[in-house]
Design a protein around this ligand. Structure first.
Ligand code: HEM
Length: 542
């Protein structure tokens, strides 16, 4: 590898994303112990401990959140997998139909008086791998999943199963690789490079694309009295990503053009991969079937091939870098590039951006006025969002963290125990055996009452000030604390800071254009929600 894009990414102050890292509310070097009951200070990863078994009180991850230094006698983990097939069927029924995801875990926590529980996670046998999982549901125990010396992260990105590699051109793409695998580092470095080399285009391209989307919303509202959110959001985010990363408009004419089908092509490809475990909001019998059998790639091969052609044709400059700088195979690099942009980023934003609008709307018009005031005074006369302006928007930033805390877009992460070990929750220590699958449900873990006050309440100012900064290490949506950074040797989301930047930029763009907005009825379709704008009040002085 000629140069490490990761190192460049982290050191280059001229690059916008790196500036963001340095100037955000909390940084790894400044991280303090978070949580109301925490006392230990965060400290950088110690390379000398990598790969070695350490007693729980001595590890970086467990010590940071230690609520007490008393050693607890290890116990067996409560919960039961039930008889083969029947236990799984009962758990799936409760999870998907009777209780729903949140209630399913909450009732088990209550029944077993534990935040570490044995449970079957869908989809499971006979057509999918073993469903037996140890679920971690508090801020202390989930730390083990971020420690790649303790868990293997091979093939667990989508859940307890991995979709066929047919969906990704026959390659195991980066999110499915463990850092111990030789391809992990060059592919992650390539991902950092993609973000780094396009950093300067993010602000202006986002502005242009948001402007197009908002104009569409305004036109719909004028014509029909309500503007539909989802398809406009899908379109403007895809236009933004393709223009900023590939320098190509997905709908512009050309042999590889996606025309206006881009979002639906990508959506079909993502849905086929996630159908076995994600609730898609389809009729219950259809859902039941989808959670039992793997969907073949042939169902979406036409869609995927069109998107691949678009990326292969327009991404040649990035693919040259992949080959020359990182020694990657061109086709493998292209399938990864497509996955980063379409699955990781575009797919993630379709879950995250609606949550931002919904949470802000729920906080009322007076809160929106506070946001508008902060955005406008930071941006000043020019009306152009700059990195400097974004950095000074403390309320905007805290709001973004609070949305990520309440509604983590990717709710589950998994890892397999590399050895026998002890996992500590706040009030117990549990024995985990080598090879067992560990999972976390971020939505409950980030509402840990031992760490967050009023954890179920959306408090957009929660992360402001010194206390808020301390709490940031408990914002773990990216498969790691917000105070730490993705590296070539960990499995933290490579786009963590980019996601943060986009969210802040979105809020800034909203309040440069509008005074406030109001939503119509929000309908939930599995993990996705749909809604429209009832009001988009144009800024008076525009
Ligand atoms: C809202 C948007 C996003 C969300 C919610 C999200 C979430 C996540 C999560 C939770 C993981 C860890 C998965 C696991 O360990 O099982 C992850 C990994 C990853 N994400 Fe993101 N992500 C987003 C955007 C991005 C962006 C913008 C990029 C880069 C362009 C990106 C690239 C990756 C990669 C490459 C990995 C695997 C990292 C590794 O193998 O070390 N993600 N993402």
């Amino acid at each position: 590898m000629a140069s490490s894009a990761a190192a460049q990414l982290q050191s280059s102050l001229s690059f916008q994303l790196s500036e963001l890292r340095v100037l955000k509310l909390g940084s790894a070097s400044q991280s303090k112990a978070g949580g109301r009951s925490s006392c230990a200070r965060g400290r950088p990863r110690n390379p000398s401990t990598a790969g070695k078994y350490l007693p729980p009180q001595a590890t970086e991850t467990s010590s940071r959140l230690a609520s007490s230094t008393v050693e607890l006698p290890p116990q067996e983990i409560p919960g039961s997998y039930g008889p083969p097939f029947i236990g799984l069927a009962v758990d799936k029924l409760n999870y998907f139909v009777v209780q729903g995801r949140d209630e399913f875990f909450l009732s088990l926590m209550q029944r077993y008086k534990s935040t570490v529980i044995r449970v079957n996670m869908p989809p499971g046998p006979p057509l999918f791998p073993d469903s037996r999982t140890i679920m971690l549901l508090d801020q202390k125990s989930i730390r083990v999943l971020f420690d790649t010396s303790k868990v293997e992260k091979k093939d667990v990105f989508a859940g307890t199963y991995m979709p066929s590699t047919d969906f990704t051109g026959g390659f195991r793409v980066l999110p499915y690789l463990d850092p111990s695998e030789p391809k992990h580092a060059p592919l992650k470095d390539f991902c950092f490079k993609i973000l780094q080399s396009n950093g300067r285009k993010f602000l202006p391209e986002f502005h242009t694309a948001f402007d197009e989307g908002a104009s569409e919303w305004d036109a719909q509202l004028d014509a029909k009295g309500e503007a539909e959110f989802t398809s406009v959001c899908q379109n403007f985010t895809l236009s933004f990503l393709c223009r900023a990363i590939l320098d190509a408009d997905p709908s512009a004419p050309g042999s590889a053009s996606l025309r206006d089908e881009g979002p639906s092509l990508i959506q079909a490809w993502i849905a086929a991969q996630l159908a076995p475990q994600a609730s898609l909001g389809l009729p219950k019998p259809v859902e039941a079937l989808l959670h039992t059998i793997p969907l073949p790639f042939s169902l979406v091969s036409n869609q995927y091939n069109k998107v691949y052609q678009f990326f292969y044709t327009n991404g040649h400059h990035l693919l040259d870098i992949a080959e020359q700088e990182f020694g990657l195979d061109r086709a493998e690099a292209c399938h990864n590039l497509l996955f980063f942009v379409c699955f990781n980023t575009w797919g993630g934003l379709q879950l995250f951006l609606p949550a931002i609008f919904q949470r802000i709307a729920s906080a009322g018009v007076s809160f929106q006025k506070e946001l508008a005031q902060e955005v406008r005074s930071a941006v000043g006369e020019g009306d152009e969002v700059t990195m400097k302006a974004l950095q000074s928007m403390k309320l905007v930033h805290s709001t973004v963290y609070e949305v990520l805390r309440m509604d983590p877009p990717v709710p589950f992460q998994y890892g397999r125990a590399k050895d026998d070990m002890i996992v500590e929750s706040h009030d117990a220590a549990y024995k985990v055996r080598k090879g067992e699958l560990l999972g976390c449900y971020q939505k409950i873990a980030m509402r840990d009452p031992k760490v967050f006050e009023a954890p179920q309440t959306f408090k957009p100012k929660r992360f402001m000030g010194a206390e808020g900064e301390r709490l940031l290490q408990n914002v773990t949506w990216s498969n790691g604390p917000e105070t730490e950074e993705p590296t070539l040797s960990n499995k933290q989301c490579a786009g963590k800071d980019f996601v943060n930047l986009m969210a802040r930029l979105l809020i800034a763009e909203i309040y440069l254009r509008y005074d406030f907005f109001k939503l119509g009825k929000v309908e939930q379709h599995g993990a996705r929600s749909s809604f429209g704008f009832k009001v988009l009040k144009r800024r008076r002085d525009v």
